[in-house]
Design a protein around this ligand. Structure first.
Ligand SMILES: [Zn+2]
Length: 127
């Protein structure tokens, strides 16, 4: 698998020790820390707040991106709704079950659930 730990960071919810992506991929079931805590990916999960650094890095990444894929958000809730405005690239792709207010400016709109789309494109499948 071609994965870099710098992109996918994971940390223990108890002792905050960091683990690389490989550790999480290779664990069966919920990845656990040696202290017994749950190892959680350092990505934004549903209903969690973005911290300022994450938000700032997202803005930098989005404003430099040539292509932006926004998946699984109706784009009506802050901060996701604000972030899309920083995109200056060519290809905007929206994947969401329902229509979003940005559908008319997107280059590609897929009104499907995330699970179904990712299954179709085999995005996680190894060759
Ligand atoms: Zn721990």
């Amino acid at each position: 698998m071609n994965c870099t730990g710098s992109v996918l960071r994971n940390y223990c919810m108890k002792c905050h020790k960091f683990y690389d992506a490989e550790y999480v991929f290779n664990s069966t079931g919920i990845p656990k820390c040696e202290c017994g805590g749950i190892v959680k990916p350092d990505v934004v999960l549903y209903e969690e707040m973005l911290d300022e650094d994450t938000l700032e890095n997202s803005i930098i990444a989005i404003s430099k991106a040539d292509m932006l894929i926004v998946a699984g958000t109706s784009l009506t809730v802050y901060p996701a709704s604000g972030l899309i405005n920083y995109f200056k690239g060519r290809n905007l792709v929206l994947i969401n079950k329902d229509a979003t207010p940005y559908d008319n400016i997107a280059d590609l709109v897929i009104n499907e659930t995330l699970g179904k789309v990712f299954k179709e494109v085999n995005i996680w499948k190894k060759n």
